[in-house]
Design a protein around this ligand. Structure first.
Ligand code: S3P
Length: 425
Protein backbone atom coordinates (compact mmCIF):
# COMPACT_ATOMS: atom_id res chain seq x y z
CA UNK A 1 0.00 0.00 0.00
CA UNK A 2 1.53 3.31 -1.10
CA UNK A 3 1.02 6.23 1.30
CA UNK A 4 1.53 9.85 0.22
CA UNK A 5 1.90 12.89 2.49
CA UNK A 6 -1.31 14.76 3.29
CA UNK A 7 -2.09 18.44 3.90
CA UNK A 8 -4.58 18.08 6.70
CA UNK A 9 -7.18 15.97 8.49
CA UNK A 10 -10.82 17.10 8.77
CA UNK A 11 -14.24 15.65 9.49
CA UNK A 12 -15.97 13.02 11.54
CA UNK A 13 -15.68 9.27 12.00
CA UNK A 14 -17.33 6.59 14.08
CA UNK A 15 -14.80 4.41 15.88
CA UNK A 16 -14.94 0.73 14.88
CA UNK A 17 -16.26 -1.69 17.54
CA UNK A 18 -13.90 -2.72 20.32
CA UNK A 19 -11.99 -5.94 19.70
CA UNK A 20 -11.42 -6.93 23.34
CA UNK A 21 -15.05 -6.38 24.28
CA UNK A 22 -16.31 -8.21 21.17
CA UNK A 23 -14.32 -11.35 22.13
CA UNK A 24 -15.65 -11.23 25.68
CA UNK A 25 -19.25 -10.67 24.63
CA UNK A 26 -19.15 -13.68 22.30
CA UNK A 27 -17.51 -15.98 24.87
CA UNK A 28 -19.67 -15.03 27.84
CA UNK A 29 -22.93 -15.11 25.90
CA UNK A 30 -21.98 -18.61 24.68
CA UNK A 31 -21.91 -19.95 28.25
CA UNK A 32 -24.88 -17.92 29.51
CA UNK A 33 -28.42 -19.23 29.85
CA UNK A 34 -30.57 -17.75 27.09
CA UNK A 35 -30.15 -15.80 23.88
CA UNK A 36 -27.99 -12.67 23.68
CA UNK A 37 -28.01 -10.09 20.93
CA UNK A 38 -24.63 -8.40 20.55
CA UNK A 39 -24.95 -5.22 18.51
CA UNK A 40 -22.11 -3.24 16.95
CA UNK A 41 -19.96 -6.40 17.02
CA UNK A 42 -16.49 -6.18 15.46
CA UNK A 43 -16.13 -8.45 12.45
CA UNK A 44 -12.40 -8.95 11.98
CA UNK A 45 -10.01 -11.88 11.57
CA UNK A 46 -9.41 -12.12 15.33
CA UNK A 47 -13.04 -12.06 16.39
CA UNK A 48 -13.90 -14.57 13.65
CA UNK A 49 -11.35 -16.90 15.28
CA UNK A 50 -13.40 -16.68 18.48
CA UNK A 51 -16.77 -17.10 16.71
CA UNK A 52 -15.55 -20.10 14.71
CA UNK A 53 -14.14 -21.74 17.84
CA UNK A 54 -17.39 -21.24 19.75
CA UNK A 55 -19.40 -22.67 16.85
CA UNK A 56 -17.18 -25.76 16.85
CA UNK A 57 -17.86 -26.08 20.56
CA UNK A 58 -21.56 -26.41 19.74
CA UNK A 59 -22.76 -22.84 20.16
CA UNK A 60 -25.41 -21.62 17.77
CA UNK A 61 -24.39 -18.17 16.52
CA UNK A 62 -26.24 -16.20 13.85
CA UNK A 63 -24.26 -13.48 12.17
CA UNK A 64 -25.86 -10.44 10.60
CA UNK A 65 -22.94 -8.48 9.20
CA UNK A 66 -25.22 -5.88 7.63
CA UNK A 67 -26.54 -4.74 10.99
CA UNK A 68 -23.23 -5.64 12.72
CA UNK A 69 -25.06 -7.99 15.06
CA UNK A 70 -24.42 -11.39 16.51
CA UNK A 71 -27.18 -13.56 18.00
CA UNK A 72 -25.83 -16.14 20.41
CA UNK A 73 -27.84 -19.08 21.83
CA UNK A 74 -26.15 -19.54 25.17
CA UNK A 75 -25.56 -23.17 26.17
CA UNK A 76 -25.04 -22.54 29.87
CA UNK A 77 -21.82 -23.20 31.75
CA UNK A 78 -21.83 -26.94 31.03
CA UNK A 79 -23.35 -27.03 27.56
CA UNK A 80 -20.24 -26.86 25.36
CA UNK A 81 -19.36 -30.02 23.44
CA UNK A 82 -16.05 -31.61 22.55
CA UNK A 83 -14.52 -30.79 19.20
CA UNK A 84 -11.34 -31.44 17.24
CA UNK A 85 -8.43 -28.99 16.98
CA UNK A 86 -9.34 -25.31 17.45
CA UNK A 87 -7.54 -22.79 15.22
CA UNK A 88 -7.06 -19.46 17.05
CA UNK A 89 -5.40 -17.82 14.04
CA UNK A 90 -3.43 -14.72 15.03
CA UNK A 91 -5.53 -14.04 18.12
CA UNK A 92 -3.88 -14.19 21.53
CA UNK A 93 -7.16 -13.18 23.16
CA UNK A 94 -8.98 -16.14 21.59
CA UNK A 95 -6.29 -18.60 22.64
CA UNK A 96 -5.73 -17.41 26.20
CA UNK A 97 -9.38 -16.81 27.09
CA UNK A 98 -10.50 -20.12 25.59
CA UNK A 99 -7.71 -21.94 27.43
CA UNK A 100 -9.24 -20.68 30.67
CA UNK A 101 -12.76 -21.58 29.63
CA UNK A 102 -11.84 -25.03 28.32
CA UNK A 103 -9.84 -25.94 31.45
CA UNK A 104 -13.14 -26.38 33.23
CA UNK A 105 -14.79 -28.68 30.66
CA UNK A 106 -15.34 -32.42 30.87
CA UNK A 107 -13.60 -33.02 27.54
CA UNK A 108 -10.17 -32.72 25.92
CA UNK A 109 -9.27 -29.61 23.91
CA UNK A 110 -6.47 -28.70 21.54
CA UNK A 111 -5.71 -25.07 20.67
CA UNK A 112 -3.25 -23.89 18.07
CA UNK A 113 -2.55 -20.70 16.13
CA UNK A 114 -0.66 -19.21 13.21
CA UNK A 115 3.13 -18.92 13.08
CA UNK A 116 3.15 -15.73 15.18
CA UNK A 117 0.69 -16.97 17.83
CA UNK A 118 2.50 -20.32 18.17
CA UNK A 119 5.61 -18.37 19.19
CA UNK A 120 3.93 -16.33 21.92
CA UNK A 121 4.36 -17.22 25.60
CA UNK A 122 1.67 -19.44 27.08
CA UNK A 123 3.30 -20.49 30.38
CA UNK A 124 1.76 -17.32 31.80
CA UNK A 125 -1.68 -18.96 31.58
CA UNK A 126 -0.49 -22.51 32.23
CA UNK A 127 0.95 -21.62 35.66
CA UNK A 128 -2.20 -20.17 37.28
CA UNK A 129 -4.53 -22.61 35.50
CA UNK A 130 -2.48 -25.58 36.67
CA UNK A 131 -2.61 -24.12 40.20
CA UNK A 132 -6.38 -24.33 39.83
CA UNK A 133 -6.05 -28.03 39.06
CA UNK A 134 -6.18 -27.76 35.27
CA UNK A 135 -4.10 -30.19 33.22
CA UNK A 136 -2.54 -28.05 30.51
CA UNK A 137 0.32 -29.17 28.33
CA UNK A 138 2.37 -26.84 26.15
CA UNK A 139 5.15 -27.39 23.73
CA UNK A 140 8.17 -25.66 25.29
CA UNK A 141 6.02 -22.89 26.71
CA UNK A 142 4.07 -22.35 23.50
CA UNK A 143 0.97 -23.49 21.67
CA UNK A 144 -0.30 -25.98 20.68
CA UNK A 145 -2.11 -26.21 24.01
CA UNK A 146 -3.58 -29.52 25.09
CA UNK A 147 -6.14 -29.43 27.87
CA UNK A 148 -7.27 -32.57 29.70
CA UNK A 149 -10.49 -32.61 31.72
CA UNK A 150 -9.96 -32.03 35.45
CA UNK A 151 -11.61 -30.71 38.58
CA UNK A 152 -10.82 -27.04 39.29
CA UNK A 153 -10.45 -25.24 42.59
CA UNK A 154 -10.41 -21.49 43.39
CA UNK A 155 -7.03 -19.78 43.88
CA UNK A 156 -5.46 -16.59 45.16
CA UNK A 157 -3.07 -15.36 42.52
CA UNK A 158 -0.75 -12.42 42.34
CA UNK A 159 0.07 -11.57 38.74
CA UNK A 160 3.70 -10.69 38.16
CA UNK A 161 3.13 -9.69 34.56
CA UNK A 162 0.59 -7.19 33.30
CA UNK A 163 -1.89 -9.14 31.19
CA UNK A 164 -5.64 -8.79 30.88
CA UNK A 165 -5.66 -12.03 28.90
CA UNK A 166 -4.11 -13.97 31.79
CA UNK A 167 -6.48 -12.35 34.29
CA UNK A 168 -9.42 -13.22 32.03
CA UNK A 169 -8.30 -16.84 31.58
CA UNK A 170 -8.27 -17.27 35.38
CA UNK A 171 -11.69 -15.61 35.74
CA UNK A 172 -13.22 -17.87 33.09
CA UNK A 173 -11.72 -21.00 34.64
CA UNK A 174 -12.99 -19.89 38.06
CA UNK A 175 -16.57 -20.21 36.80
CA UNK A 176 -15.99 -23.97 37.08
CA UNK A 177 -15.01 -23.80 40.76
CA UNK A 178 -16.82 -23.28 44.00
CA UNK A 179 -15.53 -20.50 46.28
CA UNK A 180 -13.76 -17.18 45.85
CA UNK A 181 -10.94 -16.67 43.36
CA UNK A 182 -8.78 -13.64 44.04
CA UNK A 183 -6.44 -12.05 41.50
CA UNK A 184 -4.06 -9.29 42.47
CA UNK A 185 -2.56 -7.12 39.76
CA UNK A 186 0.72 -5.30 40.36
CA UNK A 187 0.16 -3.37 37.15
CA UNK A 188 -3.46 -2.58 36.25
CA UNK A 189 -4.83 -3.87 32.94
CA UNK A 190 -8.11 -3.54 31.04
CA UNK A 191 -11.13 -4.72 33.06
CA UNK A 192 -13.64 -5.59 30.33
CA UNK A 193 -13.98 -9.21 31.49
CA UNK A 194 -14.91 -8.08 34.99
CA UNK A 195 -17.46 -5.59 33.66
CA UNK A 196 -19.01 -8.09 31.29
CA UNK A 197 -19.15 -10.88 33.89
CA UNK A 198 -21.14 -8.48 36.05
CA UNK A 199 -23.38 -7.66 33.09
CA UNK A 200 -24.07 -11.39 32.78
CA UNK A 201 -25.11 -11.58 36.46
CA UNK A 202 -21.85 -12.76 38.09
CA UNK A 203 -20.89 -11.98 41.66
CA UNK A 204 -17.59 -10.17 41.10
CA UNK A 205 -15.95 -7.10 42.60
CA UNK A 206 -12.68 -5.19 42.22
CA UNK A 207 -10.94 -3.03 44.78
CA UNK A 208 -7.36 -1.80 45.21
CA UNK A 209 -6.03 -3.83 42.28
CA UNK A 210 -7.65 -7.06 43.54
CA UNK A 211 -10.45 -8.79 41.64
CA UNK A 212 -12.63 -11.26 43.56
CA UNK A 213 -15.13 -13.55 41.91
CA UNK A 214 -17.44 -15.57 44.12
CA UNK A 215 -18.51 -18.84 42.52
CA UNK A 216 -20.62 -20.70 41.62
CA UNK A 217 -22.33 -18.26 39.29
CA UNK A 218 -25.00 -18.69 36.67
CA UNK A 219 -24.56 -16.44 33.66
CA UNK A 220 -27.78 -14.97 32.36
CA UNK A 221 -28.09 -13.80 28.75
CA UNK A 222 -28.14 -10.02 28.50
CA UNK A 223 -27.93 -7.95 25.31
CA UNK A 224 -24.68 -6.11 24.73
CA UNK A 225 -23.73 -3.04 22.69
CA UNK A 226 -20.01 -2.96 21.85
CA UNK A 227 -18.42 0.49 22.32
CA UNK A 228 -15.95 1.90 19.79
CA UNK A 229 -12.33 0.78 20.10
CA UNK A 230 -10.04 3.43 21.50
CA UNK A 231 -7.01 1.47 20.29
CA UNK A 232 -8.27 1.81 16.70
CA UNK A 233 -9.36 5.43 17.20
CA UNK A 234 -5.85 6.16 18.46
CA UNK A 235 -4.44 6.12 14.90
CA UNK A 236 -6.77 8.94 13.85
CA UNK A 237 -6.23 10.88 17.05
CA UNK A 238 -2.47 10.67 16.51
CA UNK A 239 -2.75 11.77 12.90
CA UNK A 240 -4.84 14.81 13.81
CA UNK A 241 -2.42 15.75 16.59
CA UNK A 242 0.65 15.75 14.34
CA UNK A 243 -0.95 17.36 11.28
CA UNK A 244 -1.34 21.13 10.81
CA UNK A 245 -4.83 22.70 10.72
CA UNK A 246 -6.57 19.47 11.58
CA UNK A 247 -9.90 19.17 13.32
CA UNK A 248 -11.39 15.74 13.81
CA UNK A 249 -14.32 14.29 15.73
CA UNK A 250 -14.50 10.59 16.53
CA UNK A 251 -17.86 9.34 17.77
CA UNK A 252 -18.74 6.54 20.22
CA UNK A 253 -15.31 5.72 21.55
CA UNK A 254 -14.97 3.47 24.61
CA UNK A 255 -13.32 5.53 27.33
CA UNK A 256 -13.12 2.86 30.03
CA UNK A 257 -10.66 4.10 32.64
CA UNK A 258 -8.36 1.15 31.98
CA UNK A 259 -8.09 2.14 28.31
CA UNK A 260 -7.88 5.95 28.09
CA UNK A 261 -4.39 6.25 29.44
CA UNK A 262 -3.14 6.94 25.92
CA UNK A 263 -5.30 10.08 25.83
CA UNK A 264 -3.89 11.22 29.16
CA UNK A 265 -0.34 10.70 27.89
CA UNK A 266 -1.01 12.68 24.73
CA UNK A 267 -2.65 15.43 26.79
CA UNK A 268 0.47 15.47 28.97
CA UNK A 269 2.50 15.90 25.78
CA UNK A 270 0.35 18.95 24.97
CA UNK A 271 -2.29 17.26 22.84
CA UNK A 272 -5.49 19.20 22.26
CA UNK A 273 -8.02 16.41 22.89
CA UNK A 274 -11.50 16.99 24.25
CA UNK A 275 -13.78 14.25 25.53
CA UNK A 276 -17.51 15.06 25.46
CA UNK A 277 -20.98 13.47 25.29
CA UNK A 278 -20.02 10.96 27.96
CA UNK A 279 -22.46 8.11 28.55
CA UNK A 280 -22.54 4.54 29.90
CA UNK A 281 -23.59 1.47 27.93
CA UNK A 282 -23.76 -1.93 29.60
CA UNK A 283 -21.26 -0.87 32.24
CA UNK A 284 -18.75 0.62 29.78
CA UNK A 285 -18.10 4.37 29.49
CA UNK A 286 -18.24 5.83 26.01
CA UNK A 287 -17.90 9.36 24.62
CA UNK A 288 -17.10 11.44 21.55
CA UNK A 289 -13.61 12.83 21.10
CA UNK A 290 -12.48 16.02 19.39
CA UNK A 291 -8.84 16.40 18.36
CA UNK A 292 -6.99 19.40 16.95
CA UNK A 293 -3.44 19.85 15.68
CA UNK A 294 -1.09 20.27 18.60
CA UNK A 295 2.46 21.15 19.45
CA UNK A 296 3.66 18.05 21.30
CA UNK A 297 6.53 17.77 23.77
CA UNK A 298 8.37 14.54 24.60
CA UNK A 299 7.70 12.71 27.89
CA UNK A 300 8.95 9.74 29.90
CA UNK A 301 6.74 6.66 29.87
CA UNK A 302 7.22 3.98 32.53
CA UNK A 303 6.16 0.36 32.98
CA UNK A 304 2.78 1.19 34.56
CA UNK A 305 2.00 3.56 31.66
CA UNK A 306 2.93 0.79 29.23
CA UNK A 307 0.56 -1.71 30.90
CA UNK A 308 -2.28 0.81 30.56
CA UNK A 309 -1.74 1.51 26.88
CA UNK A 310 0.09 -1.58 25.72
CA UNK A 311 -1.55 -1.62 22.27
CA UNK A 312 -0.99 2.10 21.65
CA UNK A 313 2.77 2.17 22.15
CA UNK A 314 3.54 1.87 18.40
CA UNK A 315 1.37 4.88 17.54
CA UNK A 316 2.56 6.78 20.59
CA UNK A 317 6.13 6.25 19.37
CA UNK A 318 5.17 7.67 15.97
CA UNK A 319 3.77 10.83 17.58
CA UNK A 320 6.95 11.11 19.66
CA UNK A 321 8.89 11.42 16.40
CA UNK A 322 6.87 14.62 15.76
CA UNK A 323 7.19 16.04 19.29
CA UNK A 324 9.70 18.57 20.56
CA UNK A 325 12.44 16.95 22.61
CA UNK A 326 12.96 13.42 23.78
CA UNK A 327 10.41 10.73 24.58
CA UNK A 328 11.64 7.74 26.56
CA UNK A 329 9.55 4.58 26.69
CA UNK A 330 10.80 2.29 29.48
CA UNK A 331 9.66 -1.06 30.90
CA UNK A 332 8.27 -2.07 27.54
CA UNK A 333 9.42 -5.71 27.49
CA UNK A 334 5.84 -6.98 27.01
CA UNK A 335 5.93 -5.41 23.55
CA UNK A 336 8.42 -8.07 22.48
CA UNK A 337 5.84 -10.84 22.82
CA UNK A 338 2.97 -9.31 20.88
CA UNK A 339 1.92 -10.24 17.33
CA UNK A 340 5.52 -9.27 16.48
CA UNK A 341 8.47 -8.01 18.50
CA UNK A 342 6.93 -4.54 18.50
CA UNK A 343 9.81 -2.96 20.35
CA UNK A 344 12.14 -3.92 17.53
CA UNK A 345 9.77 -3.05 14.68
CA UNK A 346 8.97 0.37 16.16
CA UNK A 347 12.69 1.05 16.36
CA UNK A 348 13.53 -0.47 12.98
CA UNK A 349 10.84 1.33 10.98
CA UNK A 350 11.40 4.68 12.70
CA UNK A 351 15.11 4.34 12.03
CA UNK A 352 14.47 3.54 8.36
CA UNK A 353 12.30 6.67 8.18
CA UNK A 354 15.36 8.57 9.46
CA UNK A 355 13.96 9.38 12.89
CA UNK A 356 16.40 9.98 15.72
CA UNK A 357 15.73 6.75 17.63
CA UNK A 358 17.66 4.38 19.88
CA UNK A 359 16.75 1.00 21.33
CA UNK A 360 18.58 -0.09 24.43
CA UNK A 361 17.36 -3.25 26.20
CA UNK A 362 13.67 -2.62 26.83
CA UNK A 363 13.83 1.15 26.44
CA UNK A 364 13.24 3.24 23.32
CA UNK A 365 14.56 6.79 23.07
CA UNK A 366 12.97 9.00 20.41
CA UNK A 367 14.15 12.52 19.73
CA UNK A 368 11.40 14.27 17.82
CA UNK A 369 12.57 15.95 14.63
CA UNK A 370 9.35 16.16 12.64
CA UNK A 371 11.31 15.04 9.67
CA UNK A 372 10.48 11.49 8.65
CA UNK A 373 11.32 10.25 5.18
CA UNK A 374 9.06 7.78 3.39
CA UNK A 375 10.44 4.27 2.88
CA UNK A 376 9.39 0.62 2.82
CA UNK A 377 7.79 -0.39 6.12
CA UNK A 378 8.35 -3.90 7.39
CA UNK A 379 5.09 -4.56 9.22
CA UNK A 380 6.14 -8.08 10.28
CA UNK A 381 2.52 -8.85 9.45
CA UNK A 382 1.50 -7.02 12.62
CA UNK A 383 -1.68 -4.93 12.33
CA UNK A 384 -0.63 -2.31 14.87
CA UNK A 385 2.75 -1.75 13.23
CA UNK A 386 1.00 -1.40 9.85
CA UNK A 387 -1.52 1.19 11.11
CA UNK A 388 1.00 3.17 13.16
CA UNK A 389 3.40 3.48 10.23
CA UNK A 390 0.60 4.34 7.83
CA UNK A 391 0.07 7.40 10.04
CA UNK A 392 3.81 8.09 9.98
CA UNK A 393 3.78 7.78 6.18
CA UNK A 394 0.98 10.32 5.83
CA UNK A 395 3.23 12.87 7.56
CA UNK A 396 6.57 11.87 6.02
CA UNK A 397 8.33 13.35 3.02
CA UNK A 398 7.96 11.28 -0.13
CA UNK A 399 6.22 7.95 -0.47
CA UNK A 400 5.89 5.23 2.11
CA UNK A 401 5.18 1.64 1.18
CA UNK A 402 3.38 -0.42 3.83
CA UNK A 403 4.24 -4.04 3.11
CA UNK A 404 1.54 -6.65 3.85
CA UNK A 405 -0.91 -3.90 4.74
CA UNK A 406 -3.76 -6.44 4.73
CA UNK A 407 -2.72 -7.55 8.21
CA UNK A 408 -4.89 -4.66 9.49
CA UNK A 409 -7.83 -7.06 9.01
CA UNK A 410 -6.90 -8.66 12.31
CA UNK A 411 -8.46 -5.78 14.22
CA UNK A 412 -9.69 -3.13 11.77
CA UNK A 413 -10.67 -4.36 8.28
CA UNK A 414 -12.03 -0.92 7.28
CA UNK A 415 -8.99 1.03 8.45
CA UNK A 416 -7.93 2.37 5.03
CA UNK A 417 -11.52 3.04 3.98
CA UNK A 418 -12.20 5.08 7.15
CA UNK A 419 -8.86 6.85 6.91
CA UNK A 420 -9.62 8.04 3.38
CA UNK A 421 -12.76 9.81 4.65
CA UNK A 422 -10.77 12.34 6.67
CA UNK A 423 -7.67 13.06 4.58
CA UNK A 424 -7.05 16.22 2.53
CA UNK A 425 -4.16 16.24 0.05
C1 S3P B 1 -6.07 -7.90 25.29
C2 S3P B 1 -5.07 -7.74 26.21
C3 S3P B 1 -3.72 -7.27 25.87
C4 S3P B 1 -3.72 -6.58 24.51
C5 S3P B 1 -4.47 -7.36 23.47
C6 S3P B 1 -5.90 -7.54 23.88
C7 S3P B 1 -7.35 -8.43 25.75
O1 S3P B 1 -2.86 -8.39 25.81
O2 S3P B 1 -2.40 -6.38 24.09
O3 S3P B 1 -4.43 -6.70 22.23
O4 S3P B 1 -8.33 -8.40 24.98
O5 S3P B 1 -7.42 -8.89 26.89
P1 S3P B 1 -2.08 -8.94 27.11
O6 S3P B 1 -3.06 -9.52 28.03
O7 S3P B 1 -1.13 -9.98 26.57
O8 S3P B 1 -1.35 -7.75 27.66
Amino acid sequence: MIIRPIKTVKGELVAPPDKSISHRAAILSAIANGRTEISNFLFSDDTFSTITALKKLGVNIDIDQKSSSLFVEGRGLNGLRATDKIDCGNSGTTMRLLAGLLSGQRFFSYLYGDESLNKRPMARIQIPLNMMGAKIKLSEGHAPIIIEPSKLIPIKYSMNIASAQVKSAILLASLYTSGTTEIEELYPTRNHTEIMLKHFNCDIDSRDNVVRIHNPNTLLANDVYIPGDISSAAYFIALALITENSNLIIRSVGINNSRIHIIRLWQKMGGNIRIFNERIVNGEDIADIEVKSSELTGIVINKEDVSLCIDEIPILAVTAAFANGETIITGAEELKVKESDRLFYIYWNLKNMKADVKLDNNTIYINGNNNLIGCKIDTANDHRIAMAFTVAGLRAFGQTNILNHKCVEVSYPRFYEDLNKILEY
